[in-house]
Design a protein around this ligand. Structure first.
Ligand code: GCW
Length: 818
């Protein structure tokens, strides 16, 4: 930074504010340290820099001047003064000018122009972008935070604070940042009763007992977090929408949430049920082509805008998983989307119409049935029929947030329609925040996937998914990124401190999908923990490896997560995928595994991709190993590009994955003393638990596939084990929450022995009434393993205990039955 030229005036000013500032600072720092480590502040901890580093910022202006008094600008000013004071350890106070000393100047480009007409950004700026610039204004060395909109200024203020918190050099600052796409939204699947569908971080911030919460403090804090990474909209209720959300009485209540969001530039939107005109509107129809229905949507929307002038729009899930939809009247999704879009249009609102439309009563006996085809089949024929303020919201993959899926071909199938990618931040199929799975690398694979759309015409111009959804390829008026966040009232938002990297990562990617996963996780780690190289190196590594590890002990080779798809979406239960209409089939039988989705012999799904992509997946020779079973049915003895057979890969992958999950514990232990002790222990317990879960998964899947295929593991782990452990079983948490207390024996039934080696993570006595079981703390090796004795050999073991920690029972194998 440039040294201010008027040191004396700075000093005078400083002494004026010093006393008050010091007091304020103490309060801020004290209150911060009192609850910072609950995770509530997430990546906005603004912890004080070590003195040496803080010195670098000695010339940082002691005040921040706002050039206007809009709500958002004032928020930016407050945030900047609070954050900079905390980080730098000296007060930075709010000032309303006129400029008489070095200052941070916060204002829109128009406001800046009035103050300093000669200062112009180095490039054209649109949307919510920002420009950070150190420059002389009226003879004073200032730091300018500006942008075309107030919201851009707020984003700039957060960006400046992030730089300080990560002790980046801000000398000669001159940086323009523009968001990649206008839509950067989160969805919350919150129900009016306060529960969150697929939420693992506590109850809703917004609703409780069928009402909007009286106290919306956390909702405001959430909006702050969202704004800090450039997220500009939030849909607050479940896409499985309760029609009552549109009751007139409810709209007034919901407008309170919008009031709380507004200072942070976050627009509120609502999920709506397409049947609403009938269910709550008293009409005898909800046919989107009926003029009465159009009128109903218009009046309802006008009323919403009367109460919430900056309302964002509606999200629609229709004809999906039992929801009402236009098919009731033989109408199309375009008919349904447009009737709502036309009601929103005069107000500038948008409709997000979800492409997650499929038949969940598919005929599983028919090898040509394929749920993966549904989105494209339903929406591609309608390309061009949707109004300009409709956005088709498309899940990243063609099935449903599995641990690995290819990019949905629909991204390439809409040339005259706006689209947005829907990514799932809440880890429904990827460990439910009880296990570490950093999803940014997965999202990036999809966003960077080149659909080769123009190859036939224009030679190769890359058309990656990120450009398609941002509307850049077909010059669409809008589009972008939607993340299903599902944060809750838990102090740390998502129920796990490390899972917050996914929320941060979503925001950062939505702002700039060209950022690398490494950059994102490094930023997040420094902001959330510290710049201590040991900490950032270890946490960055853990995060970056976690998706592959999770994939390798759950569902490798693109077979899907192999979880309980009809139940909790968490436990291993590969059988649950088959013989039902949900269409998440892996088609494993005695001879082979995988869905044949080829054009030649399978469901034809591959034919939905642009011609230049099809050979990549259609040909076994080209198909990447990690998606093989998504696209092909192959014998277990099929040899992968890696040189291994499919079956051996499955065995090895599960064993390696479980070993690597165990190694997470070892890596984490190296951080003892480097971070807050309570947080250290909390996360350690989670890694220990995950190591146990990985063993559960490993054994369940290896056992299942061994029984199906009859092919032994070349390394004699699975098959040999089955002789010795012919009656192995395991006990594990089957409850929804990490710290819950119900454990059930999972599989198979009726162990004959009375004695088992137990993998568990906490020493404790578990009293189930009868029998009484005990186990000692340890990780899966015979030295550390404890013994459970006394389980009744002839009955399912159901262990009930109380308190966190008992979840640690993860895997038991019989010793004595060999
Ligand atoms: O995978 C499914 C989830 C449902 C969810 C649905 C959707 C909100 O299991 O809980 O419903 O996806 O995305 O609509």
């Amino acid at each position: 930074m440039v040294q201010p030229n008027s040191e004396r005036s700075t000093k005078n000013r400083f002494s004026q504010f010093a006393a008050l500032g010091a007091i304020l600072l103490c309060l801020v720092v004290l209150s911060n340290s009192a609850y910072a480590e609950t995770g509530a502040e997430a990546w906005l901890r603004y912890s004080a820099l070590p003195r040496q580093l803080a010195k670098r910022y000695a010339p940082f202006p002691a005040s921040a001047v706002a050039l206007g008094d809009s709500l958002v600008l004032k928020t930016a000013q407050r945030e900047l003064t609070r954050g900079a004071s905390q980080i730098l350890g000296h007060p930075v106070s709010a000032d309303n000018g006129p400029l008489s000393h070095p200052a941070v100047i916060l204002g829109t480009l128009a406001q800046l122009h009035n103050l300093a007409p000669k200062l112009n950004p180095p490039q054209e700026m649109t949307n919510d972008g920002y420009w950070l610039k150190s420059a002389k204004v009226h003879g004073f060395h200032c730091l300018i935070v500006t942008g075309p909109t107030d919201r851009g200024v707020l984003y700039g203020a957060f960006a400046l604070l992030s730089k300080l918190a990560r002790s980046e050099n801000i000398d000669s600052l001159d940086e323009v940042q523009l968001p990649y796409a206008p839509i950067r939204w989160v969805n919350q699947w919150d129900n009016l009763d306060g529960r969150i569908e697929r939420g693992y971080g506590g109850p809703s911030l917004f609703f409780s007992e069928e009402k909007v919460r009286d106290d919306l403090t956390r909702a405001g804090q959430y909006a702050r977090l969202l704004a800090s990474v450039g997220i500009n909209g939030c849909t607050v209720n479940n896409v499985n929408a309760d029609p009552r959300i549109l009751d007139d009485s409810f709209i007034a209540k919901v407008s309170r949430i919008a009031d709380i969001f507004r200072p942070w530039g976050v627009q509120l939107s609502l999920s709506v049920d397409l049947g609403s005109p009938k269910t709550i509107g008293g009409l005898d129809t909800f046919d989107p082509l009926d003029p009465k229905v159009a009128d109903w949507w218009r009046k309802k929307t006008d009323e919403i805008y009367r109460q919430i002038p900056d309302f964002g729009g509606f999200v629609v899930k229709a004809d999906s998983e039992g929801r009402l939809g236009p098919s009731t009247y033989g109408r199309t999704p375009a008919d349904a989307a447009n009737v709502i879009a036309r009601a929103l249009k005069p107000h500038g609102g948008v409709v997000f119409y979800r492409a997650f439309v499929y038949n969940h009563h598919l005929d599983w006996r028919n090898l040509k049935s394929d749920r993966a085809k549904a989105a494209y089949d339903n929406f591609h024929p309608l390309d061009g029929d949707f109004d300009d303020n409709v956005i088709i919201q498309i899940k990243n993959g063609p099935i449903d947030f599995q641990v690995r899926e290819p990019a949905s071909p629909l991204f390439a199938g809409l040339h005259r329609t706006n689209e947005a990618i829907e990514l799932q931040i809440t880890q429904e199929y990827t460990g439910q925040q009880r296990q570490l799975c950093f999803l940014v690398p997965m999202w990036k694979e999809v966003l960077d996937f080149d659909m080769h759309i123009d190859d036939a015409n224009a030679g190769h111009q890359p058309t990656p998914v990120k450009d398609l959804v941002a509307g850049r390829v077909f010059h669409r008026p809008t589009g972008g990124f939607v993340g299903v966040a599902n944060v809750g009232m838990d102090a740390n938002w998502l129920g796990s401190p490390l899972a917050m990297a996914n929320l941060y990562g979503f925001g950062r990617l939505a702002w700039d999908p060209n950022l690398s996963a490494e950059t994102i996780v490094d930023e997040w780690t420094r902001l959330t923990f510290s710049a201590d190289p040991a900490v950032s190196h270890t946490i960055t590594n853990l995060q970056l490896n976690s998706w592959h590890v999770y994939e390798s002990y759950t569902g490798p080779l693109g077979a899907g997560t192999l979880t309980n798809i009809t139940g909790n979406h968490y436990d291993p239960a590969p059988e649950s995928s088959e013989e039902n209409g949900w269409g998440q089939w892996h088609r494993a039988d005695h001879n082979g595994i995988g869905m044949d989705r080829t054009i030649a012999t399978g469901t034809g799904f591959i034919g939905q991709y642009p011609p230049a992509i099809q050979p990549l997946y259609e040909s076994l020779a080209n198909c990447p190993d990690n998606l093989l079973l998504f696209f092909h049915h192959v014998p277990y003895t099929y040899v992968l590009h890696s040189g291994k057979t499919v079956i051996q890969h499955i065995y090895d992958s599960h064993y390696e994955g479980a070993d690597r999950a165990r190694d997470f514990v070892v890596q984490w232990k190296a951080l003892q003393g480097h971070i807050d002790d309570e947080l250290y222990r909390d996360i350690l317990a989670r890694f220990e638990y995950q190591a146990g879960e990985a063993v559960v998964w490993r054994d369940a899947i290896c056992d299942w596939i061994y029984h199906l295929s009859g092919i032994p593991d070349q390394k004699h782990r699975v098959a040999a084990g089955l002789k010795a452990y012919s009656h192995f079983f395991w006990v594990r948490s089957s409850s929804a929450r990490f710290n819950s207390s119900t454990f059930t024996r999972a599989s198979p039934s009726n162990p004959r022995s009375r004695s088992v080696v137990c993998f568990c993570t906490k020493s404790r006595i578990v009293d189930s009434g009868s029998p009484r079981l005990w186990a000692t703390r340890g990780i899966w090796n015979s030295a550390a393993a404890g013994v459970i004795s006394g389980s009744r050999p002839d009955a399912d073991v159901v262990i009930r205990s109380t308190g966190i920690g008992a979840f640690g029972f993860s895997c038991c194998k019989l010793l004595a039955s060999a």
